[in-house]
Design a binder for this molecule. Structure first.
Ligand SMILES: Cc1cc2nc3c(=O)[nH]c(=O)nc-3n(C[C@H](O)[C@H](O)[C@H](O)COP(=O)(O)OP(=O)(O)OC[C@H]3O[C@@H](n4cnc5c(N)ncnc54)[C@H](O)[C@@H]3O)c2cc1C
Length: 445
């Protein structure tokens, strides 16, 4: 493609076979072949790309590690994929400022490890933390199991380095939790899914590293009992740093077909709870917990060392990949409802009458509802099922995505179900920041 000839500081991939992996992410969607894949190594490449995209009318699709579940980084018609995996920069920890700066290309696992090497903690923990890139987590405002205590990625971002439609590099924010000189523009980029510009790096807030963990495997006798537990725990003064669950159907699949460690799992349904505050391994703390959990538990396992803790978490971390391997055409949603409406949600889901299985982040009401038979379902019927699911979540005060974002996968539903005022404001922002619609066209809005 002529428009990319002589692009500085970049590798350009154009042959169909090498571009194939860039057509997909971890959603069920496949993009169209892009005009090219560009791997920039300096601001000069991005500046030129933006200039040429505006002049030639092609779009720019930012890509991190491609682990997204909403089709956000898959190419649409007439676009160039901008793969940030070669973007330069080091991870630098500032213990005195309790912060860390890192480039968009940094693997999240390295960001977390760099903080830990200084006895510090970067909490965001999407279950893809071993494979996703920091830039992708910023652009999707990733959450994870510990969001129920620590919040999402945006709660840990102090400043953002970004390149916008003017082709220039800007830093939004400072390395301090207190900064109130006007609206926080950096936050506008967090969760923007690449539609406002390129995120090149960020400065992230850190916390002291937790020193003890109480990790519990909680099988329950009756699945419904699990649904009141998040509220009952907070009512009793307990704040888990993670509260994950598997409904009876997911548990049965894991038991019947999962790896060795999953086959022994007891109960009608199952939860994993973790606490990380000082004193959480004390007898008094655990006794208090047991008093609360005992009546609903069907046996309770408490990890007594790091190996056992990792064993409990391994089951959770493998669930998504396991279900995908068994049901390659499945569609996995990530609706969210207020925790007080969990029971109402599952009753409503039952009434919708289509088969689904659920697991995920019960502690913050973010549920991965999986339609395992999606691949064999008529697309029009599937669309109807998904819309019913989203409407149910919205009716209960929730929304259609708790963490994965809108991307391409949920765009139609987002446009159909969102408040018109919300869409109007979002379109006005997009028009102001990207008037020629070069950044991730066809996504979100
Ligand atoms: C097994 C598994 C478990 C997961 N668990 C979770 C979970 O618990 N919580 C959660 O939130 N997500 C989860 N995800 C989804 C995904 O991993 C996260 O959304 C992650 O943050 C995406 O990072 P990435 O680098 O792969 O981004 P990509 O998939 O490459 O991109 C995601 C979006 O960000 C945009 N983007 C990427 N880089 C940039 C950039 N530099 N500038 C501007 N825009 C950019 C893309 O255009 C796209 O819209 C999971 C995925 C898998 C496969």
């Amino acid at each position: 493609m002529d428009a990319l000839t002589g692009l500085p500081e970049a590798t350009i991939i154009r042959d169909r076979e090498s571009m194939e992996p860039f057509l997909r992410d971890e959603s069920h969607l496949r993009g169209v072949p892009p005009l090219a894949v560009v791997q920039p190594r300096g601001a000069g490449a991005l500046r030129e790309l933006v200039r040429r995209a505006k002049a030639e009318g092609f779009g720019l699709v930012p890509r991190g590690a491609g682990t997204g579940k909403a089709g956000g980084c898959v190419p649409t018609e007439g676009t160039v994929v901008v793969d940030f995996s070669a973007w330069p920069g080091d991870i630098r920890v500032s213990p005195r400022d309790l912060c860390l700066s890192a480039p968009a290309s940094a693997p999240l696992r390295e960001v977390k490890a760099a903080a830990e090497a200084h006895g510090l903690f970067y909490p965001p923990d999407p279950n893809s933390w071993e494979s996703c890139a920091l830039g992708g987590t910023l652009a999707t405002n990733a959450g994870g199991p510990n969001a129920c205590k620590y919040g999402m990625t945006r709660h840990w971002v102090l400043s953002v380095d970004a390149l916008l439609d003017d082709g220039e590099l800007h830093t939004f924010g400072i390395s301090s939790v207190k900064a109130n000189a006007g609206p926080a523009l950096g936050q506008l980029l967090i969760g923007s899914e690449g539609i406002f510009g390129f995120i090149l790096g960020a400065t992230l807030r850190l916390a002291p590293l937790p020193r003890e963990y109480a990790t519990l495997l909680l099988p329950v006798k009756r699945w419904e009992d699990l649904l009141d537990l998040p509220g009952r725990l907070s009512g009793a003064g307990f704040l888990p740093s993670a509260f994950e669950f598997f409904d009876p159907a997911v548990l049965a699949e894991l038991r019947a077909h999962g790896p060795e460690e999953a086959r022994r799992l007891p109960g009608e349904a199952l939860a994993i709870l973790e606490f990380d505050e000082r004193g959480c391994t004390s007898e008094a703390f655990l006794e208090g917990l047991q008093d609360l959990l005992g009546p609903v538990a069907d046996g309770l396992e408490i990890a007594s060392d790091e190996r056992q803790r990792q064993g409990i978490w391994a089951v959770r971390r493998l669930t998504s990949a396991f279900l995908k391997e068994r049901h390659p055409g499945k569609v996995s949603e990530d609706i969210v409802v207020p925790r007080s409406r969990l029971r109402d949600f599952f009753e409503g889901l039952g009434r919708l009458g289509f088969p689904s299985v659920s697991y995920g982040h019960l502690g913050d009401g973010n549920l991965h509802v999986n339609l395992l038979a999606a691949g064999e379902t008529d697309p029009a019927i599937l669309d109807g099922q998904l819309m019913d699911l989203f409407r149910l979540a919205i009716r209960l005060g929730g929304t259609l995505s708790g963490e994965h974002g809108i991307g391409l996968a949920k765009r139609d539903a987002f446009l159909a179900l969102s408040d018109p005022g919300h869409l109007h404001a979002l379109r006005a922002l997009k028009q102001a920041l990207d008037p020629q619609n070069i950044f991730n066209p066809g996504k979100v809005i």
